[in-house]
Each structure stands twice: as structure tokens, then as C-alpha cells.
Design a protein around this ligand. Structure first.
Ligand SMILES: [Zn+2]
Length: 138
């Protein structure tokens, strides 16, 4: 078994957080749950309910010690946002235009392909950019 640390992976931004921050949420705001509101309509008409807050209180004991306590958001920071998939796609397109990188893999050319207890994270060639890591112009 290799003891080498895994290479630092390039990841695309978290789009929900990005949109929330664009809408004026605190820079430390992060989403906790995302649910699709309308399952029966086509994706380009559907919306997601994104809930989250700022979690600067840390867990004091137990296995999650030192991790953010998601049960205790900072007072007044909880937000629920309705974000459409159209807005999500627009956000990705804008990011690609600004960075020149593929929005699916974040420029690494690889996308996550699941996780297993034995092998850890698995990756495969990004299906959007075909492994180039570059923005794909529609
Ligand atoms: Zn890609």
C-alpha cells in the first residue's frame, strides 16, 4: 500500500454556494441541503430549494470534534434560496467564460466516478471536456 499523499485535486466551485454569495449571502455561507422542488417538470423549468447558513460554532466533543456544528447556525444567517437550473447553468457558463476552464471538472480533465471504501475516490476522464479541462463552448 502506498503511503504517498494523494495529489491535490482541482475541483470545480460549489455552484450553490457561488450563487448564494452572488445573491448577497455572507462569504462564509454554505448550503446544507438541496432539494428539487418540482420533480414533474422538465429540468429547464425546475427549481431547487437550497438551505444553509454560516456555521462558525465548532463541535466540542465526539468524532466530529472541531468540525462545523451544522445544528447551530450563526444567528440570523440561515437562508433558504430558490435557485432554478437555468440559473445554475448560467452560473456555470459564466464561470467558464471567465476562467476558460471546464465547469464539470474545474480544469482537471477528470471527474469523480464514485467512491469506495477500498479504493477511495475514483476518477474518470471528464465527459464534458473530454479530458482537456478547457471550457466547452456550446
Ligand atoms: Zn471537464
Amino acid at each position: 500500500m502506498s503511503t504517498q499523499a494523494p495529489p491535490v485535486r482541482v475541483e470545480p466551485p460549489d455552484w450553490w454556494n457561488l450563487i448564494a454569495h452572488q445573491r448577497g449571502c455572507h462569504p462564509a455561507w454554505r448550503w446544507l441541503t438541496v432539494e428539487t422542488i418540482d420533480h414533474t417538470v422538465p429540468r429547464d423549468q425546475a427549481h431547487c430549494l437550497v438551505s444553509g447558513g454560516v456555521y462558525s460554532t465548532l463541535v466540542k466533543s465526539g468524532p466530529r470534534k472541531g468540525k462545523p456544528n451544522y445544528g447551530k447556525p450563526d444567528p440570523g444567517t440561515e437562508r433558504r434560496l430558490v435557485i432554478s437550473f437555468v440559473e445554475l447553468d448560467a452560473c456555470k457558463a459564466q464561470w467558464e467564460a471567465e476562467t476558460g476552464k471546464c465547469s464539470k471538472c474545474g480544469g482537471s480533465g477528470e471527474e469523480g466516478a464514485g467512491w469506495s471504501k477500498e479504493g477511495g475516490s475514483r476518477y474518470r476522464t471528464c465527459t464534458r471536456c473530454n479530458g482537456s479541462g478547457k471550457a466547452v463552448t456550446p
